[in-house]
Design a protein around this ligand. Structure first.
Ligand code: SAM
Length: 226
Protein backbone atom coordinates (compact mmCIF):
# COMPACT_ATOMS: atom_id res chain seq x y z
CA UNK A 1 0.00 0.00 0.00
CA UNK A 2 0.97 3.66 -0.20
CA UNK A 3 2.32 3.65 3.35
CA UNK A 4 5.34 1.67 2.13
CA UNK A 5 6.88 4.38 0.02
CA UNK A 6 7.81 7.95 0.87
CA UNK A 7 5.57 10.71 -0.44
CA UNK A 8 7.10 14.18 -0.88
CA UNK A 9 5.02 16.97 0.67
CA UNK A 10 5.59 19.24 -2.32
CA UNK A 11 7.81 19.39 -5.44
CA UNK A 12 10.61 21.27 -3.67
CA UNK A 13 10.73 18.41 -1.17
CA UNK A 14 11.85 15.95 -3.90
CA UNK A 15 15.62 15.44 -4.02
CA UNK A 16 16.15 15.10 -7.75
CA UNK A 17 19.92 15.52 -7.34
CA UNK A 18 20.20 11.90 -6.24
CA UNK A 19 18.31 10.84 -9.38
CA UNK A 20 20.45 12.83 -11.81
CA UNK A 21 23.80 13.45 -10.06
CA UNK A 22 25.44 14.33 -13.39
CA UNK A 23 23.11 17.31 -13.79
CA UNK A 24 23.48 18.71 -10.29
CA UNK A 25 26.62 20.46 -9.08
CA UNK A 26 28.61 18.49 -6.52
CA UNK A 27 29.23 19.50 -2.92
CA UNK A 28 31.06 22.76 -2.37
CA UNK A 29 30.37 26.35 -1.31
CA UNK A 30 26.77 27.44 -1.77
CA UNK A 31 27.68 30.13 -4.32
CA UNK A 32 29.04 27.40 -6.61
CA UNK A 33 25.46 26.12 -6.91
CA UNK A 34 24.01 29.32 -8.30
CA UNK A 35 21.90 29.12 -11.41
CA UNK A 36 18.59 27.50 -12.07
CA UNK A 37 17.93 24.12 -10.54
CA UNK A 38 17.54 21.52 -13.32
CA UNK A 39 13.91 20.47 -13.66
CA UNK A 40 12.30 17.24 -14.74
CA UNK A 41 10.43 17.94 -17.98
CA UNK A 42 9.06 14.55 -19.12
CA UNK A 43 7.03 12.09 -17.03
CA UNK A 44 6.28 8.51 -18.10
CA UNK A 45 3.29 7.54 -15.98
CA UNK A 46 3.09 3.81 -15.23
CA UNK A 47 6.48 3.34 -16.89
CA UNK A 48 6.62 -0.43 -16.33
CA UNK A 49 10.07 -1.76 -17.23
CA UNK A 50 11.32 1.60 -18.50
CA UNK A 51 11.69 0.92 -22.24
CA UNK A 52 10.33 4.34 -23.21
CA UNK A 53 12.80 6.20 -20.95
CA UNK A 54 15.69 4.19 -22.38
CA UNK A 55 14.51 5.00 -25.92
CA UNK A 56 13.94 8.71 -25.22
CA UNK A 57 17.17 9.31 -23.29
CA UNK A 58 19.55 9.63 -26.29
CA UNK A 59 16.98 11.65 -28.28
CA UNK A 60 16.87 14.39 -25.62
CA UNK A 61 20.19 14.04 -23.75
CA UNK A 62 19.79 17.35 -21.90
CA UNK A 63 16.20 16.79 -20.78
CA UNK A 64 15.50 15.22 -17.40
CA UNK A 65 12.84 12.49 -17.51
CA UNK A 66 11.22 10.41 -14.79
CA UNK A 67 9.25 7.19 -14.82
CA UNK A 68 6.51 6.76 -12.21
CA UNK A 69 5.70 3.19 -11.27
CA UNK A 70 3.50 1.69 -8.60
CA UNK A 71 5.05 -1.77 -8.35
CA UNK A 72 8.06 -1.95 -6.06
CA UNK A 73 9.91 -4.78 -7.81
CA UNK A 74 9.37 -3.22 -11.23
CA UNK A 75 10.68 0.13 -9.94
CA UNK A 76 13.79 -1.59 -8.54
CA UNK A 77 14.30 -3.32 -11.89
CA UNK A 78 14.18 0.04 -13.71
CA UNK A 79 16.65 1.57 -11.24
CA UNK A 80 19.09 -1.31 -11.81
CA UNK A 81 18.57 -1.14 -15.54
CA UNK A 82 19.47 2.58 -15.59
CA UNK A 83 22.50 2.07 -13.31
CA UNK A 84 23.71 -0.69 -15.63
CA UNK A 85 23.24 1.46 -18.73
CA UNK A 86 25.13 4.35 -17.10
CA UNK A 87 27.98 2.02 -16.13
CA UNK A 88 28.37 0.45 -19.57
CA UNK A 89 27.80 3.67 -21.56
CA UNK A 90 29.79 6.38 -19.77
CA UNK A 91 28.27 9.84 -20.22
CA UNK A 92 24.89 8.45 -21.31
CA UNK A 93 21.55 7.71 -19.64
CA UNK A 94 22.25 10.31 -16.93
CA UNK A 95 18.98 12.07 -17.73
CA UNK A 96 16.54 9.25 -16.86
CA UNK A 97 15.31 7.96 -13.51
CA UNK A 98 12.32 6.38 -11.79
CA UNK A 99 10.25 6.84 -8.64
CA UNK A 100 7.91 4.42 -6.97
CA UNK A 101 4.64 6.20 -6.45
CA UNK A 102 0.93 6.14 -7.07
CA UNK A 103 0.62 8.63 -9.91
CA UNK A 104 -3.15 8.84 -9.47
CA UNK A 105 -2.64 10.41 -6.07
CA UNK A 106 0.71 12.18 -6.05
CA UNK A 107 1.45 13.93 -9.37
CA UNK A 108 1.13 17.41 -7.78
CA UNK A 109 3.52 16.35 -5.00
CA UNK A 110 6.24 15.83 -7.61
CA UNK A 111 5.76 18.61 -10.16
CA UNK A 112 4.98 22.28 -9.92
CA UNK A 113 2.64 24.23 -12.17
CA UNK A 114 3.67 24.17 -15.84
CA UNK A 115 6.80 22.12 -15.14
CA UNK A 116 6.30 19.29 -17.64
CA UNK A 117 6.57 19.53 -21.42
CA UNK A 118 5.62 15.91 -22.11
CA UNK A 119 3.56 13.29 -20.29
CA UNK A 120 3.25 9.68 -21.41
CA UNK A 121 0.52 7.14 -20.66
CA UNK A 122 1.52 4.04 -22.59
CA UNK A 123 -0.57 0.88 -22.44
CA UNK A 124 -2.19 1.74 -19.11
CA UNK A 125 -4.20 -0.92 -17.29
CA UNK A 126 -7.65 -1.08 -18.95
CA UNK A 127 -9.94 -1.62 -15.91
CA UNK A 128 -12.71 -2.96 -18.10
CA UNK A 129 -15.64 -2.99 -15.67
CA UNK A 130 -17.70 0.18 -15.52
CA UNK A 131 -17.39 0.38 -11.73
CA UNK A 132 -13.59 0.34 -12.13
CA UNK A 133 -13.41 3.16 -14.68
CA UNK A 134 -12.57 5.48 -11.79
CA UNK A 135 -9.27 3.59 -11.52
CA UNK A 136 -8.24 4.57 -15.04
CA UNK A 137 -5.17 6.84 -15.17
CA UNK A 138 -6.88 9.10 -17.68
CA UNK A 139 -10.14 10.71 -16.59
CA UNK A 140 -11.55 14.21 -16.97
CA UNK A 141 -10.78 14.85 -13.27
CA UNK A 142 -7.18 13.65 -13.47
CA UNK A 143 -6.70 15.67 -16.65
CA UNK A 144 -7.21 18.77 -14.47
CA UNK A 145 -4.10 17.73 -12.52
CA UNK A 146 -2.14 16.87 -15.63
CA UNK A 147 -3.09 20.24 -17.18
CA UNK A 148 -1.84 21.96 -14.03
CA UNK A 149 1.63 20.37 -14.12
CA UNK A 150 1.99 20.76 -17.92
CA UNK A 151 3.26 23.87 -19.64
CA UNK A 152 1.14 25.51 -22.33
CA UNK A 153 2.17 23.80 -25.58
CA UNK A 154 3.19 20.62 -23.74
CA UNK A 155 2.07 17.31 -25.21
CA UNK A 156 0.31 14.34 -23.63
CA UNK A 157 0.83 11.02 -25.43
CA UNK A 158 -1.49 8.06 -24.87
CA UNK A 159 -1.57 4.65 -26.53
CA UNK A 160 -3.31 1.35 -25.88
CA UNK A 161 -4.14 -1.90 -27.62
CA UNK A 162 -7.59 -1.94 -26.01
CA UNK A 163 -9.94 -0.17 -28.40
CA UNK A 164 -12.50 0.74 -25.75
CA UNK A 165 -9.82 2.29 -23.53
CA UNK A 166 -8.43 4.18 -26.53
CA UNK A 167 -11.89 5.64 -27.17
CA UNK A 168 -12.21 6.51 -23.48
CA UNK A 169 -8.84 8.32 -23.29
CA UNK A 170 -9.61 10.22 -26.48
CA UNK A 171 -13.06 11.24 -25.29
CA UNK A 172 -11.72 12.48 -21.93
CA UNK A 173 -9.06 14.56 -23.71
CA UNK A 174 -11.60 15.80 -26.26
CA UNK A 175 -13.98 16.92 -23.50
CA UNK A 176 -11.31 18.73 -21.53
CA UNK A 177 -11.09 22.48 -22.31
CA UNK A 178 -7.31 22.62 -21.74
CA UNK A 179 -6.35 20.01 -24.33
CA UNK A 180 -6.65 19.99 -28.12
CA UNK A 181 -5.76 17.25 -30.60
CA UNK A 182 -2.33 17.48 -32.23
CA UNK A 183 -2.59 17.56 -36.04
CA UNK A 184 -1.77 14.54 -38.18
CA UNK A 185 1.17 16.21 -39.91
CA UNK A 186 2.82 17.04 -36.62
CA UNK A 187 2.21 13.51 -35.33
CA UNK A 188 3.84 12.07 -38.43
CA UNK A 189 7.02 14.12 -37.96
CA UNK A 190 7.34 13.84 -34.18
CA UNK A 191 10.24 11.40 -33.51
CA UNK A 192 8.71 10.51 -30.14
CA UNK A 193 5.58 9.00 -31.70
CA UNK A 194 7.41 5.98 -33.16
CA UNK A 195 8.70 5.10 -29.71
CA UNK A 196 5.19 4.87 -28.25
CA UNK A 197 4.64 1.50 -29.86
CA UNK A 198 8.23 0.32 -30.43
CA UNK A 199 10.12 1.22 -27.24
CA UNK A 200 8.02 -0.12 -24.39
CA UNK A 201 7.83 -3.73 -23.33
CA UNK A 202 4.06 -3.70 -23.64
CA UNK A 203 4.24 -2.12 -27.11
CA UNK A 204 6.70 -4.78 -28.26
CA UNK A 205 4.42 -7.52 -26.97
CA UNK A 206 1.47 -6.10 -28.89
CA UNK A 207 3.61 -5.78 -32.05
CA UNK A 208 4.80 -9.40 -31.73
CA UNK A 209 1.19 -10.54 -31.54
CA UNK A 210 0.24 -8.36 -34.50
CA UNK A 211 -2.20 -6.35 -32.35
CA UNK A 212 -3.69 -2.99 -33.24
CA UNK A 213 -2.89 0.16 -31.28
CA UNK A 214 -4.96 3.28 -30.62
CA UNK A 215 -3.20 6.59 -29.98
CA UNK A 216 -4.48 9.90 -28.68
CA UNK A 217 -2.00 12.79 -28.69
CA UNK A 218 -3.13 16.14 -27.31
CA UNK A 219 -1.61 19.54 -26.62
CA UNK A 220 -2.04 21.59 -23.47
CA UNK A 221 -3.62 24.87 -24.54
CA UNK A 222 -3.79 28.16 -22.64
CA UNK A 223 -6.56 29.05 -20.23
CA UNK A 224 -7.49 32.51 -18.93
CA UNK A 225 -5.26 31.83 -15.88
CA UNK A 226 -2.12 30.91 -17.86
N1 SAM B 1 4.02 1.83 -19.92
C1 SAM B 1 4.61 0.51 -19.81
C2 SAM B 1 4.69 -0.17 -21.15
O1 SAM B 1 4.08 0.35 -22.09
O2 SAM B 1 5.37 -1.20 -21.26
C3 SAM B 1 3.86 -0.36 -18.79
C4 SAM B 1 2.46 -0.72 -19.12
S1 SAM B 1 1.70 -1.75 -17.86
C5 SAM B 1 0.39 -2.52 -18.66
C6 SAM B 1 0.94 -0.56 -16.78
C7 SAM B 1 1.90 -0.13 -15.67
O3 SAM B 1 1.30 0.93 -14.90
C8 SAM B 1 2.20 -1.24 -14.69
O4 SAM B 1 3.61 -1.38 -14.56
C9 SAM B 1 1.56 -0.78 -13.37
O5 SAM B 1 2.25 -1.21 -12.23
C10 SAM B 1 1.60 0.72 -13.54
N2 SAM B 1 0.59 1.45 -12.75
C11 SAM B 1 -0.72 1.14 -12.63
N3 SAM B 1 -1.35 2.03 -11.84
C12 SAM B 1 -0.41 2.94 -11.47
C13 SAM B 1 -0.42 4.10 -10.64
N4 SAM B 1 -1.55 4.48 -10.06
N5 SAM B 1 0.72 4.78 -10.46
C14 SAM B 1 1.87 4.37 -11.04
N6 SAM B 1 1.95 3.29 -11.85
C15 SAM B 1 0.84 2.57 -12.05
Amino acid sequence: SDSHFPVPICPSDVDFSSHYPHFFPGPGPAHAHDGPRPMVRFADVGCGFGGLLVGLSPLFPDTLMIGMELRDKVTEYVKDRIQGLRATNPGQYNNISVVRTNSMKYIPNYFQKAQLSKMFFLFPDPHFKEKNHRRRVISVQLLDEYAYVMEVGGIIYTVTDVEELGEWMKSCLEKHPLFEAVGEEEINTDPVVKLLTSATEEGQKVARNGGQTFMAIYRRVASKED
